[in-house]
Design a protein around this ligand. Structure first.
Ligand code: ZN
Ligand code: ZN
Ligand code: ZN
Length: 359
């Protein structure tokens, strides 16, 4: 158990008047206990009372996976009703927060047994903790970012694009992600030619041709923390238009990073990046927010989006990833992970941001 994190959670709970917080398998459980658990029909659930000691309801066959120390285990056998165990522990609670990743089958079961409870979402509590990374989290994110930089460095020499399918190239990117030190490769988007206009394109059988612009967005997990980086490649010499659009996106990426500092509202980072793209007359083709927080999850708070007036603060980590998507033709995105510090910003990715020529 991460004792200091649980105590901080309890302080927040007392502040906002939550009696018990419940977390099923997911990022909050990992953050608070170091236990990843398994997402399944067998209930694992952490209970944190505002005052007192936390407990964990866990299936017998997964109890050996729980890290030792500080957690009262309520181990249940195959014939026991685990929802009943949780409900019994919440008997005296009036206000209960429940983790965002809880399956509805468990929540609905709890709601029917705890008719008088007023429910709220767990992320209202945990986002306040998780949004500010501590030293060990920053170190893990920095290692993950550095591993991605090394992977990117290898791409032009080691990965052939021309004549191969997007899916094959995505497989290569996943392999580099793991070879450079990630525990797992979590995702790899390879969006070539017209497919590049779809920001979350799923790599398929399209064969990559000379002249294609190819958006590669990939990342992995290292010590429980995520990486997420995007570079845009061209197969052979780029067209003048590809060079021009890429230069605009690169400038937008730079403007976004420059705008980010402690005390700056999240939406200002989005505005800074967007303004560059709008000035180039491409505003209608930048169809998503500028960035997202990253940590145990690839996407988490804070979100760098118009309307988010939350202030950046030291310890926040997030992506800056402007893009331009031209339907039927091509897309360009450049994405980096950065960490907000007392004095400004640390770049967790520093790989070359140019338009990279591959063969
Ligand atoms: Zn994305
Ligand atoms: Zn990405
Ligand atoms: Zn991203």
């Amino acid at each position: 158990m991460a004792e200091h994190r649980v105590r901080r959670l309890q302080r927040v709970m007392t502040e906002v008047g939550i009696d018990t917080a419940l977390f099923s398998t997911g990022p909050d459980l990992y953050y608070l206990t170091g236990h990843s658990g398994r997402v399944s029909e067998r209930l694992t659930m952490l209970g944190v009372p505002a005052i007192g000691e936390p407990w964990l309801v866990v299936p017998r066959l997964e109890a050996p996976l729980v890290p030792e120390g500080g957690l009262e285990l309520m181990v249940w056998d195959e014939t026991t009703d685990p929802v009943g165990l949780v409900a019994a522990r919440c008997r005296n609670a009036r206000r209960v927060a429940i983790g965002d990743h809880t399956w509805s089958v468990f929540l609905v079961g709890l709601m029917s047994r705890l008719a008088d409870v007023k429910w709220s979402v767990g992320s209202d509590l945990t986002r306040r903790l998780r949004v500010i990374k501590d030293e060990s989290e920053l170190a893990a994110l920095a290692s993950a970012g550095a591993a991605m930089d090394r992977a990117l460095d290898r791409v032009p020499d080691e990965i052939r694009f021309q004549g191969r399918s997007e899916a094959e190239v995505a497989g290569d990117l996943r392999r580099l992600t793991v070879e450079e030190g990630h525990d797992t490769a979590e995702f790899a988007i390879v969006a070539s030619g017209p497919n590049g206009a779809s920001p979350h394109h799923s790599p398929g059988e399209r064969l990559i041709e000379t002249g294609d612009v190819v958006v590669c967005d990939f990342g992995g997990s290292l010590d429980g923390y995520q990486s997420d980086v995007t570079r845009t490649f061209t197969v052979g010499d780029p067209s003048p238009e590809a060079i021009e659009v890429h230069e605009v996106v690169r400038e937008a990426n730079r403007a976004g990073r420059r705008a980010a500092a402690p005390g700056v509202p999240c939406q200002e980072v989005d505005r800074a990046a967007r303004e560059v793209i709008e000035r180039a007359g491409l505003g209608e083709h930048f169809i998503h927010r500028t960035g997202h927080g990253i940590g145990i999850e690839v996407h988490e708070h804070p979100y760098l989006v118009e309307g988010n007036t939350e202030m950046l603060a030291a310890g926040m980590t997030f992506s800056v990833e402007p893009g331009v998507y031209l339907p039927g033709r091509f897309g360009v995105r450049i994405e980096d992970i950065v960490a907000c510090t007392e004095s400004g910003l640390t770049e967790l990715n520093q790989a070359d941001r140019g338009l990279i020529v591959v063969s």
